[in-house]
Write a protein that binds this ligand. Structure first.
Ligand SMILES: *[C@@H]1O[C@H](CO)[C@@H](O)[C@H](O)[C@H]1NC(C)=O
Ligand SMILES: *[C@@H]1O[C@H](CO)[C@@H](O)[C@H](O)[C@H]1NC(C)=O
Ligand SMILES: *[C@@H]1O[C@H](CO)[C@@H](O)[C@H](O)[C@H]1NC(C)=O
Ligand SMILES: [Zn+2]
Length: 582
C-alpha cells in the first residue's frame, strides 16, 4: 500500500537515505579527524610557513652605497691602494717589517711596572712604527698608556662630532717551539711570495694595525682635515685578555673623551666571506661576543694507603662529575636577541639563492616555535654554527694523584665555558652547582660553591670546592644593526667591494650582523660607544682555513690587506659628517 513505510520501494529508499547519512557522518568524522591531524601535526605549522610572505625587506634593508666626495673628485688614491704595484710592494714591506718584530705574549703576564724587562720587545715595535709612519707620529697626538698602549688622536674641527675609534692589538699569540719545523716560512720572517704574506700576526692582527696606520698616513699626506676626529688605539696583551693594555686604554679614553663619546668602534673581527648557504659574498661584522667563564673544581678527600681503598677515590668521583657534566650539555636557544637570527633574516629577505621554503622558515623563526626548531636543528648540526646558539663547555684540565700506592687527596678539574648571548655567567654558576650537588649527595661531600657552603652532611667524606679559575666575562651587549652608524658601515662596504673589488657581482653585498664566539679587546670598550663592530673588512672565502689564525703557517692574501687599507681610508671620510650620526 502506498504510504506504508515498509513497502519495498520505500524500504530501499530509506536504506539509501541511511546509507547517505552514514556516508555524510563518516565524511564529517573523517573531516574532523583530518582537521585534528592538521592542527596537531606538522601540517599546520608547515602550512603557515608556506603562507609566509618574503617580499618585505625592511627587516634588513640593503643600504645604498656611500662614496666620499674625495673619491668622486679623484679616485686615483683608492684605486692605487688596490691596484698599484709599487703601492703594494711598499705596503708589503710595512706589514712584513711589523711581523718581523716579535711581540709574542704569554699567559698571565706581569704588569709593566712590575716586570719592565718582559715588555721590552714592545719598545722595539714602537720604534719600528715610528720609523715606518713618521707622518702619523708627527701629525697626531700620541699617548702611551701604561707605557706600551698606543693611542693616536687626529683631531677634528667640529667638537660636536664624536670621533671614530679604530683599534687592533700589537701582541701576537706565541709560536709553539715544537711546531717551528712545520712552518713553510719561519713565523717571524714576514715572507711574501708574490701573493701571500706569512708569519705570526699576518692576520691576527698586525694586518689590521698596519692597515689603520697606512690609511691614516695616506689621509694626512693627502691633507685630510677632518671635522670628525679619528682615534686609533692599540693594546698589547689582547691574547692574554687585555688586563694590562686595553683595560688601561679604556680608562684613558673614558677620562679623555668621556663615556659613550665615540661615534663607532671598529676592532678586529670577521670580514667578508662566501656565505655557505648562498655562496654569495656577505659582510659579517660581529655585533656581539659570547661571555667567558672558567670554573675550577677542587675535590679534597682524606688520603691513605691504596691497599685499603674506599670504593671511590677522589679521582673516581671527579671522573663521575666529568661524566655528569658531559651527559648534560647546554641546550640551544635561538631568540630574537641573537645576531645569528638576524644574519639569517638578512639572507632570507635579500637572497634569491636560498630555497623559498627555507627563507619563509627563517622569517618565522623569531616567533614560531616550529620554524624556530627547524632552524635550531640546522644550526646545531653544523659544528661551526652549533655554539653560536648555546653555551659551550669543555673539560680542559684535570690533575691529581702522585703515587701508585697513595690515595689522591686532591683532584682538580677546569671547565671552560663560552656563555651564550642570552645567558648570564650566574646562570652557568647555578647550573654547574646543581650538577656538583648530584655528586655530593651521592658521595656525602661538602660543597662550597663560589665561596658559599651550599651542602653539607654529618661525617662528610670530603669537600668539593667550585670557583672561578680566573676572570669571568658576561656576553657583550649587542651593537645595533639597524641604525645610521650601521648603515655607514654597510654602505662603505658596498662601495669598496662592489665598485673596486668584485666589480662584476650580479647582486648587492649584504652586510649582516654576526657573533664572535671568542673575545677581543672590545670587552673593555663597552662604555665608549654602543656601536662596536668587530669587523676586519677584507675578503676571505674561508677565513678559518685560509688565514690559519693562531696556528702554523698563519698567512694573509695580500689583496686582503690592501682592501683593509682602502676600507679604513674611505670609512673615515664617509663618516666625516653629522649625517653619519644616529
Ligand atoms: C675613477 O675615475 C675615472 C675618471 O673620472 C672614471 O673613469 C672611473 O670610472 C672611476 N672608477 C671608479 C671605480 O669609480
Ligand atoms: C633598532 O632595533 C631595536 C631593537 O629592536 C629598537 O629598539 C630600535 O628602536 C631600532 N632602532 C632604529 C633606529 O630603528
Ligand atoms: C668576475 O670576476 C672574477 C674575478 O674578479 C672572475 O673570476 C669571474 O670569472 C668573473 N665573473 C664573470 C661572470 O665575469
Ligand atoms: Zn686578535
Amino acid at each position: 500500500m502506498i504510504g506504508l513505510p515498509l513497502d519495498d520501494a520505500s524500504r530501499t529508499n530509506l536504506k539509501s537515505q541511511f546509507a547517505k547519512r552514514r556516508v555524510s557522518i563518516l565524511s564529517l568524522i573523517i573531516f574532523f579527524f583530518l582537521l585534528i591531524i592538521f592542527f596537531t601535526s606538522d601540517a599546520f605549522p608547515l602550512f603557515k610557513i608556506f603562507l609566509q610572505p618574503i617580499d618585505d625587506n625592511s627587516l634588513c634593508p640593503v643600504h645604498d652605497k656611500i662614496v666620499p666626495k674625495s673619491f668622486v673628485e679623484d679616485n686615483s688614491t683608492v684605486i692605487g691602494i688596490l691596484k698599484d704595484e709599487s703601492f703594494r710592494l711598499n705596503s708589503v714591506e710595512k706589514l712584513s717589517g711589523a711581523i718581523q718584530v716579535d711581540t709574542q705574549i704569554f699567559d698571565k703576564p706581569p704588569d709593566v711596572p712590575d716586570a719592565p724587562e718582559v715588555w721590552k720587545k714592545f719598545k722595539k715595535f714602537h720604534k719600528y712604527l715610528e720609523k715606518t709612519f713618521p707622518v702619523v707620529f708627527e701629525n697626531t697626538q700620541v699617548d702611551y698608556v701604561n707605557t706600551y698602549g698606543l693611542v693616536f688622536y687626529l683631531k677634528g674641527s667640529n667638537p660636536d662630532l664624536k670621533p671614530v675609534l679604530l683599534t687592533a692589538h700589537q701582541d701576537v699569540v706565541p709560536v709553539q717551539q715544537s711546531t717551528l719545523k712545520d712552518w713553510t716560512h719561519p713565523p717571524f720572517s714576514g715572507f711574501y711570495d708574490g701573493e701571500k704574506i706569512y708569519g705570526r700576526g699576518a692576520s691576527d692582527c698586525k694586518n689590521v694595525l698596519i692597515a689603520i696606520m697606512e690609511s691614516l698616513e695616506l689621509l694626512i699626506k693627502n691633507d685630510y682635515k677632518p671635522a670628525r676626529g679619528v682615534v686609533a688605539a692599540f693594546g698589547f696583551d689582547e691574547e692574554a685578555s687585555g688586563f694590562i693594555g686595553a683595560k688601561n686604554i679604556a680608562k684613558f679614553l673614558q677620562e679623555k673623551f668621556g663615556k659613550f663619546s665615540f661615534h663607532s668602534l671598529l676592532d678586529e673581527g670577521y670580514g667578508l666571506t662566501l656565505d655557505a648557504s648562498t655562496n654569495q659574498v656577505v659582510a659579517a661584522p660581529a655585533v656581539g661576543e659570547k661571555g667567558y667563564l672558567d670554573i675550577v673544581v677542587d675535590l679534597t678527600t682524606p688520603g691513605g694507603h691504596s691497599s685499603i681503598s674506599p670504593d671511590h677515590t677522589s679521582i673516581g668521583m671527579m671522573g663521575e662529575l666529568a661524566y655528569i657534566i658531559e651527559q648534560d650539555p647546554y641546550q640551544p636557544l635561538l631568540t630574537n636577541e641573537n645576531p645569528i637570527l638576524h644574519y639569517l633574516q638578512c639572507l632570507a629577505v635579500n637572497s634569491e639563492e636560498l630555497p623559498k621554503l627555507t627563507r619563509k622558515t627563517i622569517l618565522r623563526a623569531g616567533f614560531d616555535k616550529f620554524a624556530n626548531a627547524k632552524i635550531v636543528k640546522v644550526l646545531s648540526d653544523n659544528i661551526l654554527t652549533k655554539f653560536l646558539i648555546r653555551t659551550s663547555q669543555a673539560i680542559d684540565i684535570i690533575s691529581g694523584g702522585e703515587k701508585a700506592n697513595a690515595l689522591p687527596e686532591n683532584v682538580k678539574m677546569v671547565i671552560n665555558h663560552r656563555v651564550a648571548i642570552d645567558s648570564k655567567v650566574s646562570d652557568i654558576q647555578a647550573h654547574f652547582t646543581d650538577r656538583v650537588l648530584i655528586l655530593a649527595k651521592k658521595h656525602d661531600l661538602q660543597v662550597i660553591s663560589f665561596g658559599k657552603e651550599v651542602f653539607n652532611v654529618e661525617n662528610k667524606k670530603g669537600t668539593i670546592d667550585i670557583d672561578f679559575n680566573s676572570h669571568s666575562l658576561e656576553a657583550a651587549p649587542i651593537s645595533p644593526s639597524n641604525d645610521t652608524v650601521w648603515k655607514y658601515v654597510a654602505a662603505t662596504t658596498r662601495h669598496i667591494f662592489e665598485d673596486l673589488v668584485f666589480t662584476n657581482l650580479t647582486y648587492p653585498i649584504i652586510t649582516a650582523p654576526s657573533l664572535m664566539p671568542a673575545n677581543t679587546d672590545t670587552r673593555y670598550y663597552w662604555d665608549l660607544t654602543k656601536n662596536i663592530y668587530r669587523y676586519s673588512p677584507f675578503f676571505a672565502a674561508d677565513m678559518l682555513k685560509e688565514n690559519k689564525i693562531h696556528s702554523v703557517d698563519e698567512q694573509l692574501r695580500f689583496d686582503s690587506h690592501l682592501q683593509l687599507i682602502a676600507f679604513f681610508y674611505e670609512y673615515v671620510q664617509n663618516v666625516d659628517t653629522p649625517d653619519a650620526d644616529n
